[in-house]
Design a protein around this ligand. Sequence first.
Ligand code: GUN
Length: 283
Amino acid sequence: MSKLINGREISTAVKARVAKGVIDLKAEGISVGLAVIIVGNNPASKVYVANKKKACEELGIISEEYALPESTTEEELLALVEELNNKKSINGILCQLPLPSHIDEKKVIDAISPEKDVDAFHPHNVGRIMIGDYDFVPCTPAGIMEMLEYEGISVEGKKCVVIGRSNIVGKPMGMLLLHKNGTVTICHSRTRDLKEICRSADILVAAVGKAKFVTADMVKLGAVVIDVGMNRVDGKLCGDVDFDAVEGIASAITPVPGGVGPMTIAMLMQNTLTAAKKQNNLI
Ligand code: GUN
């Protein structure tokens, strides 16, 4: 039997830590504010944004939601970002992706002030992650590192294999594992011998976006398996790992739902608190 890494439990601990930090700032007369921008009617994005708003409310973080119509122009969106960059009561700005196709995502990300970029998507923050000197870490990889630490799983010297090379998960995940002295391989759709590489992993992170992509024959006995997948199969949420087959081979595994997902929002809250502290010269 694999140990189940419980993202709900760990995210609750992170959120409690953040809530305390927010109370401590309030005692000094400082409030914490997050602006969340959503453009259009993507149903998944609406759910994510609603969950972010709910987490802010739970933790005493002021949230401002900007729900803009699909017809919003790039200029209008950039003007809003600029307004929020200059708004003192807002410490963090998050623009929910994907954006409608007539808006250049890169331009919008570049327009967010790096000090308020709680997603850590701005090239300035991406570069800082690369050199290991960062304030913000993209929320999903940050949540995974938090889970490993909570479970007492050391990365030092381990073979870490990440499947997926996205800017949001795969690449920063690889860097964070490297900073903890893991030996990192990032695999992708063109990788040869994927099965063998995965089977060599002590820590295997699946961020592919394909349901049950990681099968039992890709997992070494005793490996730690982290499943970033959020796929819908017949209306049911399902990870990138064939959980039933891999559970029992892995020493520890994250379930879907209830694994990495809840961690992502908790880490966004943590980044927002960090932004408020930095902007008030408290760290
Ligand atoms: N869309 C899917 N995941 C994310 C995320 O972490 N941040 C933003 N801004 N958009 C997303």
